[in-house]
Write a protein that binds this ligand. Sequence first.
Ligand SMILES: Cc1cc2nc3c(=O)[nH]c(=O)nc-3n(C[C@H](O)[C@H](O)[C@H](O)COP(=O)(O)O)c2cc1C
Length: 198
Amino acid sequence: MSDIFDGVDPILIAKKWLKEAEITEINDANAMALASVDQEGCPNVRMVLLKEIESNAFIFYTNYNSVKANEIVKSGNAAMVIHWKSLRRQVRVRGKIEKTTSDQANQYFVSRSLNSRYGAIASDQSKPLDSREILLRRVNEVAEQEGQNPKRPENWGGFKIIPFEIELWADGEDRLHDRFRYIFKSEEKKWSKQRLYP
Ligand SMILES: Cc1cc2nc3c(=O)[nH]c(=O)nc-3n(C[C@H](O)[C@H](O)[C@H](O)COP(=O)(O)O)c2cc1C
């Protein structure tokens, strides 16, 4: 059996695990919990979809005026976790936050279905909404105004989580799980690896 922890770069290992999970999970293998903190230091968490893994970053897309966006921009940090029930594995990430470039956000925006693009434009994410009808009306208005080629709104785009710490976890017999914590050593541009008690 190949070693699932094989390799020195935890981002590459996480990418490999996600590929496996895309086969074994029922749906949304890329669903991750994204944690932020508010101004009082109180944690906040919600699911988002992990859309890309780059050599140094985990990327998701959202509304830049949403609660999550405000909180992670303010603190400059975020944490995320993915758990794959089918694989019994977990990836935890803590990192710094950067916005994607507009080019990258545009590229992803046009890859979305037309209706998702209308929705992204119409939704004042995280703001109070009096009824579902109001939202549907707004989506129809956007569809009429924007036609077949809607422009990405400036307040919608991607965030990169640039990890300084990653933990890879795999279920073990009798709860004797395997846990490895990786810390990025920026001077050497290398990851250090430490096994942890489960
Ligand atoms: C499986 C799943 C995937 C989601 N993916 C996203 C996403 O990629 N981007 C996003 O903005 N919201 C996504 N959401 C909605 C968020 O969980 C959340 O409700 C929304 O972004 C508002 O969060 P906020 O008010 O904390 O900013 C997803 C929800 C679920 C359950």
